[in-house]
Design a protein. Structure first.
Length: 466
């Protein structure tokens, strides 16, 4: 996957002064609501009222090389996941048909590149010289894509999905609990035809579905979803990205159920080649900073980048707050009951109804995805699929971020914080009366999902616990 970088927000990722972690006290269990003058309103993407408590350590390191020289210069470099994604993009073009995918080894902080050696061992030398850890494999990326095409033509069955997993150098095919009888036989037969060296098949106990629900947060008709990332539309107006399937509920969005609309759908895709929508704020004076409010701190979103398998990612949603996990597969196809969606990111990050459209991001401020759907929940876990932000931005002609930033009147200031009237959810979504301002934070109960995610700490420097 080729990383795409968009316009950077001028705000740099924030650090804690002492480099430590901050936990929201368990006793903080109420959320005050404060209505802000609309002209000063600012939405923090992903700002939600969540469940329980979380600890966040914001970025504390820049991308680092291994600092070696001489003969050791050809050794794998030590990289942050975002920089590993850049290197993977370069190597995919350099290696051509010998490229078999890549993934991020979070333990070693190295990019592992799969290479089909063939008769030209020079490709291995080139990959090593670039700083990657090279692994020889049997399947090239193009061959894996051909296998996915076979699945599409012979086994497009509601309740199934497949994605490319570079760690196994195979297609990961999954069937949910609705795939039984003749449907299961058909899927199993297709996977067997591809061969054990090309694909693996597993059963999921849940049901694949878009994560949309009725209730509190941002509203379109009777649907409840979450705001993803604030953007600037092609005509310069403030807007935000969310899941395309959310817009099936209606074109006008409000920050309270049955409330006055604050935004209108401009473009939407679902099903088909993605699950994304561009929603423009009705008030052109709306200041919508490029940030994600995690519940106790704000992460400035500086760039959009494509996912790397093995990368640690964080999801913010209006139902479960903050959850974390890893990218498992790329170029995923999901056959929802509503139709087939292609080009998604597969992860083990949990999500539940109402989290749809929410932000998938990294600790160092990279916007990665928008929550689409999957199976399971944040109690038992499951699979969750995300729309790549880079693809959505390109399709709708928008750029990351919007006017206002995190300045005096908007951002995270005394009056506006990241909520205000132009928010995207009274209790959750991306602001609303709760917002992330003076009285609210972004959920005194923690905003990071007590029951969401699990204890994780890796080299990213961002920790989530429950």
């Amino acid at each position: 996957m080729r990383p795409v970088r968009t316009n950077s927000h001028p705000g740099a990722p924030q650090k804690l002064p002492d480099g430590g972690t901050y936990s929201v006290p368990q006793e903080e269990r109420s959320l005050s609501h404060k209505r802000i003058p609309k002209r000063k309103a600012a939405i923090a993407a992903g700002s939600v009222v969540a469940l329980g408590a979380a600890a966040i350590l914001l970025p504390n390191a820049n991308a680092s090389q291994d600092g070696s020289s001489g003969d050791a210069a050809a050794a794998p470099k030590t990289l942050k996941a975002g920089d590993a994604s850049d290197l993977a993009s370069q190597l995919s073009g350099l290696l051509g048909e010998a490229f078999g995918g890549s993934y991020y080894d979070s333990a070693g902080r190295q990019l592992v590149v799969n290479v089909v050696p063939g008769d030209n061992n020079n490709v291995i030398v080139q990959a090593k010289a670039a700083g990657a850890k090279v692994r020889e494999v049997d399947n090239s990326w193009s061959e894996l894509q051909d296998g996915a095409s076979t699945l599409k033509s012979e086994a497009t069955i509601a309740g199934t999905s497949w994605s490319i997993d570079p760690r196994t150098n195979k297609l990961l095919v999954t069937a949910d609990s609705t795939v039984t009888g003749a449907k299961w036989d058909r899927l199993e037969s297709t996977v067997q035809e591809l061969g054990s060296g090309m694909a693996t098949l597993k059963k999921s106990s849940g049901v694949f579905k878009p994560f949309v629900s009725g209730g509190d947060a941002i509203f379109a008709g009777g649907s409840r979803c979450s705001l993803g990332f604030n953007v600037t539309a092609g005509d310069g107006s403030p807007a935000f990205l969310t899941a395309g399937h959310c817009t099936l509920g209606g074109n006008e969005w409000s920050d309270t159920q049955g409330g006055q609309p604050i935004a209108t759908v401009d473009q939407s895709t679902f099903p088909g080649a993605g699950d994304f929508a561009l929603v423009k704020y009705d008030d052109p004076a709306t200041q919508a900073p490029s940030e994600v409010n995690t519940g106790n701190q704000t992460v400035q979103i500086t760039e959009a980048a494509e996912a790397t398998v093995g990368q640690q990612v964080f999801r913010m949603g209006s139902t479960t707050g903050l959850a974390d996990g890893q990218v498992l597969g790329l170029d995923a196809t999901v056959n929802y009951p509503e139709g087939t969606v292609t080009g998604l990111i597969q992860t083990n990050v949990c999500a539940e109804p109402g989290d749809s459209g929410g932000s998938l991001f990294t600790q160092d401020g990279l916007a990665i995805g928008l929550t689409s759907g999957g199976s399971g929940d944040c109690t038992v876990g499951g699979e969750t699929f995300f729309q790549p932000v880079t693809t959505a931005l390109e399709a709708v002609g928008a750029t990351l971020g919007a006017g206002g930033g995190a300045g005096d009147e908007a951002g995270a200031g005394d009056e506006a914080g990241a909520g205000g009237e132009a928010g995207a959810g009274q209790e959750a979504g991306a602001g609303g009366e709760a917002g992330a301002g003076e009285e609210a934070g972004a959920g005194a109960e923690a905003g990071a999902g007590q029951d969401a995610g699990h204890d994780v700490e890796d080299n990213s420097g961002l920790t989530e616990s429950r």
